[in-house]
Design a protein around this ligand. Structure first.
Ligand code: XLS
Ligand code: CA
Ligand code: CA
Length: 437
């Protein structure tokens, strides 16, 4: 046991003061027709939780993630599996997400890395069978190794491109082996530092081709899940091609990849793109591409990706409002989040997940109430009601012509001002639902 002093985390309700208990996440509680557990398929991110110890540009690890083994060894890789499964079981988390190099130390020779990956996934599979814990999605890390300094699919080197292809092939095989629901492309280095050395069209074509090959291969080995693009506008590159949901969706449609791909929307990436989290969820949802969520939050005072555990109930509420309206996710809620560097103890790891799971559970409860309350939906329906009949209905049917509308306008005189947007009234409804019972 890696966490001997921590028992299974229980739901104790909003009045509990126990730091190691859920206050809002009550897995079997039914909300809007489904249990919380069904609404909120939570996942643990292997890389933050089991690998990252707090190293930043100015200092080394503060948290010890050795789990009693020497780092860089297969013993350590296995200790992480044991610790990870104990952690997920204690929190009642049913899924995990991983990059290839999170689960084994990378060797110089990819054949050896792949052998290690086979060995560790045999071990992970055993644990999955024992516990019922499942894989949400897998991915290949094509951004950390210096060979990817100019990208993977977008690299200027054909040899590096082949290496990336080999990693995608293997990561897809592992995702299928572990029964993963999705496969993620996060293009951390798919972008540019300067246009002075970059052929954007060439690079985007190469990325699309890599994705097409991945779809063809994935489908040929029995991968029936969704491929995901995870948009992020910048960091580590100055500009990343998958800037936001709208950009990524346009790219997928242009290259004919939209049937196989959906979005994996991360809160902190949306805000880096100058959007709200809710915005990127809405854009994905209305395009039928809301697949999965990386559940975290950023810091509005900092211009980079801080990957904090979700705490802001307005954000989680509006997220769950979008998810409920979209009829749920095909993917899940992956805590792509890390403890702050000074929160370095084992208890902090649990506090962080309890915070995040409770924040989403509370968001779910409040979003369901906003919908049940109905005032916002009613207002929106009323706001567009001029399209329900007459000329408005004709516009909606797509049958109107420009000449006809112009003739209508000429006969009408000056139109009345459109109805008030009532933003402050609507915001007060949200506060009313959030804070009054
Ligand atoms: C980094 C990304 C990354 C992806 C998976 O900012 O969030 O962790 O989720 O490669
Ligand atoms: Ca992030
Ligand atoms: Ca992410």
């Amino acid at each position: 046991m890696f966490f001997p002093n921590i028992d299974k985390i229980q739901y104790e309700g909003p009045n509990s003061k126990n730091p190691l208990a859920f206050k809002f996440y009550n897995p079997d509680q039914v909300v809007a027709g489904k249990t919380m557990k069904e609404h909120l398929p939570f996942a643990m991110a292997w890389w933050h939780n089991l690998c990252a110890g707090g190293t930043d540009m100015f200092g080394r690890d503060t948290a010890d993630k050795s789990f009693g083994a020497e780092k860089g060894t297969m013993e350590h890789a296995k200790a992480k599996v044991d610790a990870g499964f104990e952690f997920m079981q204690k929190l009642g988390i049913e899924y995990f997400c991983f990059h290839d190099v999170d689960i084994v130390p990378e060797a110089d020779d990819i054949k050896e890395t792949n052998r290690r990956l086979d060995e560790i996934t045999d071990y992970i599979l055993e644990k999955m069978n024992q516990t019922g814990i499942k894989c949400l999605w897998g991915t290949a890390n094509m951004f950390s190794n210096p060979r990817f300094m100019n990208g993977a699919g977008s690299t200027n080197s054909a040899d590096v491109y082949c290496f990336a292809a080999a990693q995608v092939k293997k990561a897809l095989e592992l995702t299928v082996k572990l029964g993963g629901k999705g496969y993620v492309f996060w293009g951390g280095r798919e972008g540019y530092e300067t246009l002075l050395n970059t052929d954007v069209k060439f690079e985007q074509e190469n990325i699309a081709n890599l994705m097409k090959m991945a779809v063809a291969y994935g489908r040929s080995i029995g991968f029936t899940g969704d491929f995901y693009i995870e948009p992020k506008p910048k960091e580590p590159m100055k500009h990343q091609y998958d800037f936001d949901a709208a950009t990524a969706i346009g790219f997928l449609r242009y290259y004919g990849l939209d049937k196989d791909f959906k979005m994996n929307i991360e809160a902190n990436h949306a805000t880096l793109a100058g959007h709200t989290f809710q915005h990127d969820l809405r854009i994905s949802a209305i395009n039928g591409m809301l697949g999965s969520i990386d559940a975290n939050q950023g810091d509005y005072l900092l211009g980079w990706d801080t990957d904090e555990f979700p705490f802001d109930i307005y954000e989680t509420t509006m997220c769950m409002y979008e998810v409920l309206k979209a009829g749920g996710l095909t993917g899940g809620f992956n805590f792509d989040a890390k403890n702050r560097r000074p929160s370095y103890t084992v208890e902090d790891m649990f506090h962080a997940y309890i915070l995040g799971m409770d924040a989403f559970a509370l968001g779910l409860l409040k979003a369901a109430k906003i919908i049940e309350d109905g005032r916002i939906d009613e207002f929106i329906a009323e706001r567009y009601s001029s399209y329900n009949s007459g000329i408005g209905a004709k516009i909606r049917s797509g049958e109107a012509t420009l000449e006809e509308l112009a003739a209508y306008a000429e006969n009408m005189g000056a139109p009345a001002l459109p109805g008030s947007g009532r933003q402050e009234y609507l915001e007060s409804i949200v506060n009313n639902v959030l804070f009054c019972g």
